[in-house]
Design a protein around this ligand. Structure first.
Ligand code: SAH
Length: 354
């Protein structure tokens, strides 16, 4: 049994079942036993691989998208370049390298990382030593901002509900036998965040809400409408909220039982992009998308970039570039499951890629 499992079982035995959101937060962010305190999370030897770890072309394309938005903003002499959940820091390093070809951008950009894991902060510092770190968005300085988040929102804790006997219950985490498992309890206040249009779903349906995603995207949108700038959110998820259970645990590239080893597996849920857009529009920004990752990346020039790299490469490297391109864009790989949403100040020109 993991140490964290022991802690959680003891807590539930004295306090009663905890929400799934509470369970996810403990498993992912516990300061000592949380999943993201481990170093070997991403990559071939980790539990999952993300787009920036698949290919440097991903971050380079995003870097040029961000530099384009900076120019659209009138090339301000200082801009906060903010990344939420930077992982190993690979995406930002690739962004900075590509965008440094755009005159003036590198000098204007101040990198801010929003990261809770101390282990990952140390890795990020190796890649981007000049960055400043924050626990959350509230300490990002005033002024224009460019914001990027790849596979961040899927890691935020969700609440789940289930319809039984024509009523909605919360799927909480309790002790079942001598193990952890789902138990149904009365819904807590967050249930009010479920869109009314989904409440008529049939018996046995599951619904999900991610209060943290809604409030973080609203805070970012408020900043963008006050100070100017743009945000780009990339994640796996759905364009339109629908009933369904998307909570999952991943360990060494395989799905696993989310209760068997708390803190040792990555826990995620699909991102409801319409909820991110809705909370952003509510703060006076404009939203673009949702587009699929494959279509977005091709529209912003990933194909051309790959072609250019391939002409200078030997046969083996050419095969590698093609396989990375396919991984990022093909419908049966990351191309359609992953979605992209842009949010920006209403005064900015339309962003490329949508
Ligand atoms: N963007 C990276 C890593 C994705 S994994 C990539 O694409 O490779 C999720 C990242 O978000 C990790 O860095 C994790 O530590 C961080 N994270 C998760 N929840 C967070 C929260 N509530 N606040 C800040 N960072 C968080």
């Amino acid at each position: 049994m993991t140490k964290l499992k022991n802690i959680l079982i003891r807590r539930i035995e004295t306090e009663g079942p905890i929400s799934l959101a509470d369970y996810m937060a403990q498993c992912l962010m516990h300061p000592k036993h949380g999943y993201y305190q481990r170093e070997r999370v991403f990559g071939a030897d980790g539990d999952f691989i993300t787009a920036p770890e698949v290919s440097q072309m991903f971050g380079e394309a995003i870097g040029l998208w961000l530099a384009d938005r900076w120019i659209a903003m009138g090339s301000p002499s200082s801009v906060s370049l903010v990344e939420l959940g930077p992982g190993r820091g690979t995406l930002m390093a690739d962004i900075l390298r590509a965008a440094s070809n755009v005159p003036g951008f590198r000098e204007a950009a101040r990198v801010h990382f929003i990261e809770t894991s101390q282990q990952l902060r140390a890795l990020q510092k190796q890649k981007v030593p000049t960055a400043k770190w924050h626990d959350d968005f509230s300490s990002i300085p005033e002024g224009p901002a460019l914001i990027v988040a790849n596979e961040f929102f899927d890691a935020l804790p969700i609440h789940q509900y289930e319809k039984r006997d024509s009523k909605w219950f919360e799927r909480s985490v309790g002790v079942v036998g001598d193990d952890l498992g789902f138990v149904l309890t009365q819904p807590t206040a967050q249930f009010a965040l479920v869109p009314a249009s989904l409440l008529g779903a049939p018996e046995g349906s599951a619904l999900e809400v991610c209060p943290a995603a809604i409030s973080i995207s609203a805070n970012i949108a408020e900043h963008l409408s006050q100070h100017g700038g743009a945000a780009l959110y990339i994640d796996y998820g759905y364009a339109h909220s629908a009933p369904g259970d998307t909570f999952q645990a991943l360990k060494q590239h395989e799905f696993t039982n989310p209760f068997s080893e708390p803190g040792k597996a990555d826990l995620t849920a699909h991102v409801a992009f319409d909820r991110l857009a809705e909370s952003s529009l509510g703060k006076g920004t404009k939203a673009f998308g949702t587009n699929e990752q494959g279509a977005f990346l091709m529209a912003i020039g990933l194909g051309l970039r790959a072609q250019k790299l391939a002409t200078r490469a030997d046969d083996k490297a050419q095969m590698q570039i093609l396989s990375e391109l396919k991984r990022l864009t093909a419908p049966d790989e990351m191309g359609t499951l992953f979605k992209v949403l842009a949010v920006q100040h209403p005064g900015l020109s339309n962003p490329p890629g949508f």
